[in-house]
Design a protein around this ligand. Structure first.
Ligand code: IMP
Length: 178
């Protein structure tokens, strides 16, 4: 897989340090609570499992798979739930754990949906943030700001590949332009 990567932008050690710091911050912010951490499948799964173990207060674990209706979603506000949460969000303090925020549309819609379903609070935690947001997004926790490039690894994929790379790297253009 390494030959398909143009350059590594985040080495495993740097990711691990940042994840530990985020875990500490969340533990302090939510002490005396047991927040429900929702993992957005599949891209966030590696970040999620490391982050959960960097948190030293009790957490509840939930998993959901979403897809938005692309450009249409902006006007229709529709979100497609491919795999439901299986939890009643009523009165839960929720932190949505996402791999990367690009336009922010999906996260804004999902956050709104959880609030409408009765969640007490909904915060968003993303490992990566690109500058190309179309919407203002209420981000509480962020790992790293990155450039507007297509990245893979540490859970992030291209066509379901590269998720198991231990680092995050920019994918060579010739791979996704094929
Ligand atoms: P958005 O913020 O609603 O536009 O969508 C973010 C989603 O797009 C993420 O959860 C990823 O699945 C995907 N995505 C955006 N940028 C990248 C990237 O650079 N690599 C891999 N997936 C990406």
């Amino acid at each position: 897989m390494r030959q398909d990567i143009e350059r590594i932008i985040l080495e495993p050690e740097r990711i691990a340090q940042r994840v530990m710091a985020l875990g500490k911050e969340i533990s302090e912010d939510y002490k005396n609570k047991a927040p429900l951490l929702i993992c957005i499948l599949r891209g966030a799964v590696i970040f999620y499992s490391d982050l959960c173990r960097a948190i030293n207060i009790p957490v509840k674990m939930g998993f959901v798979s979403l897809s938005s209706y692309g450009e249409n979603s902006e006007s229709s506000g529709l979100i497609k739930i491919r795999q439901p949460l299986g939890w009643d969000p009523i009165n839960e303090d929720i932190i949505i754990i996402e791999d990367i925020i690009d336009t922010g549309l999906t996260m804004n819609m999902y956050r709104q949906l959880l609030l409408e379903q009765g969640a007490r609070s909904v915060k968003i935690c993303t490992l990566l943030k690109k500058p190309s947001q179309k919407q203002e997004i209420a981000l509480t926790y962020k790992g790293f700001d990155i450039e507007n490039e297509f990245v893979v690894g540490y859970g992030l994929d291209f066509a379901e590949r590269y998720r198991n790379l231990p680092y995050i790297g920019v994918l060579k253009k010739e791979i996704y332009a094929k």
